[in-house]
Design a protein around this ligand. Sequence first.
Ligand SMILES: [Zn+2]
Length: 639
Amino acid sequence: MEEVENKGFKALSDIFKALGFPIRVEILKILEKNPLRYSELMRTVRLDRFNDAGKFAYHLSKLMENGLVEYKPENKIYSITTLGKDVLNLAMSLFESLRRKENVLLVRRTDSSIELFERKRIEECLVREAGMEQETAETIALEIEERLYSMGVKYLTAPLIREYVNAILLEKKMENYRHRLTRLGIPVYDVSELISLKRSVNDVVSEAGEEVMRQYAFLIKLPREIGDAHLSGIVNINHLANFMFKPEETINSLTSLNLFKTHSYIPVSESPLSFRQVTWRLIDELNNSSLDANSIIIDASNPELFKELLLSIAVSCGKWNIVLTTEYEPLMLELLKELEKMAGKIVLSNISLSLAEYGEKLFEEETADKLAKYLGSGGALVLYDSPNMTPTYHFSILRGHIEDYVRSGILGSISLNLSLMLEKASLDIDVFLEALDETVSRIMDAFKLKRESLRSIIDNRKIPPLSNTVNGDAYFIIERGLTVIELTGLYDVAEKISNSQETSDNVSEAEKIFKRVNENVSKNAGKNHRNIISLISHSEAVQRFRRELRTVNEEERINVVPRNIPFEEWFKLESRLKTLTPESNIIFLRNLEELKSLKRNDKTGIVIHNPATMCASCGKIYPVTEESCTCGSCSRSFP
Ligand SMILES: [Zn+2]
């Protein structure tokens, strides 16, 4: 018995001796992964075939003598034995515990706690977040641990470990897993830049958050094609950060808002003070519920509610469009009186006032005077003839009955950079049109995804006022919603394609492009999917396209309004274009003078906008186009 034991100890000590050189452990580790031929093995341990041949042969023979490695003459390969595997595992865990003893690795987590590094956590993360198989995760985690220890760092942070894990996954060409493990965020330098550039700390926080959401949209939410089209500047997904989560504009009526009173979590009270509080909270929540603006149609239900709403809207930061039909003329006078009261004290550039079926009354002295004051304070005025139209803040006119849009709105918009598309098609019209077709169908795919995403967001009550249920259904009705495709640079492109000085030639080219997009939209639109083709683009899109075109071609410009055409002429042409789509834009005038130069046009609505600002030193409201206030100060308290 004792003899057997002694023999065992002898073998054990021989084995430890056999492991006495790092290169021998290295050989075992390599053979554990793959059996190899002599020359392959030698190369893998990074030994030189000529200079190290003797050394290598010696070490290999020691491993074989002790039964850790075996040679199979039939296929000339070396492989690790079962004993070899056991010994290697034992050696590795000994190695690990020794290393741990002297090299403690601490991790600072994002929740500010410090703990010992644990390989298991990486393993779990690879399985849970990246969807990796347990076995692969174990191997990778082990390797990561070895590498981290060998770097000799004492302190690690959770984000750093993640970066390191991702680097290793990249190295191993495990792109898919790395993709899912990515940390979204922005570099320290960029945050410092934001702090120095932004107007307020809140803007910094929201911009930083939006950047994360934009990255999330690219990584997870958007199909790759449309994401690439956005990145390359062919399209601009307006409000990208929240594109999948919020509608762009909601359309409400006084009557529909009353539903909130009867069905909502907002406490209702008849006492005037509480009534005001309820209104303010409602406006605040609606401002947060949409990306751009909200529209409210005044349908004469409750004058008290209407006055309070107007006040809350005027002092809120959200943009609102107030829609009124002449049917409610007494209310209009009331509204104008309220607006006049405000006009001298605050800049009203967040309110546009829309008058449906406007008539002679509007040009009577008393009314015109009030309107001029309101416009002087920065408000915008939208006029249109038909009672069956609803203008929204972005001055798209929605034809059809107002009820078709209430409790819904504009779901989202994407701008097309036509100038860049033509540039990329090297001015070849056929190539251009083909690219146009393809891009439009991608846009329609993105809208489809947006609808689905919005549905789940609203069903999950993530937008409190819009998710609020009315008789079992959500307040916001996605089916009624519209999407918008903006044709940015249409006139420039038409001019280039027609290559003519004649305005009528250019417009007929513009018409062709417009019709092409229209056809494509109806081909790709799902059932009940309503879409507007707009000639007015979001300023975020126009500004971005201008920047990008300049890097392609110094001379390039995007013009929202065509050049070299007298204003009246352009107005006529644009009106014609707009008859091509059932839901159509309206004409944008920059001031009252331009309005005077026009005759009434019953096909089109008219917007008059005269942006104003407030002097930071004397408080006077004056047009933004003026360089300074009459008091001499240039500083403005309103952007
Ligand atoms: Zn001043």
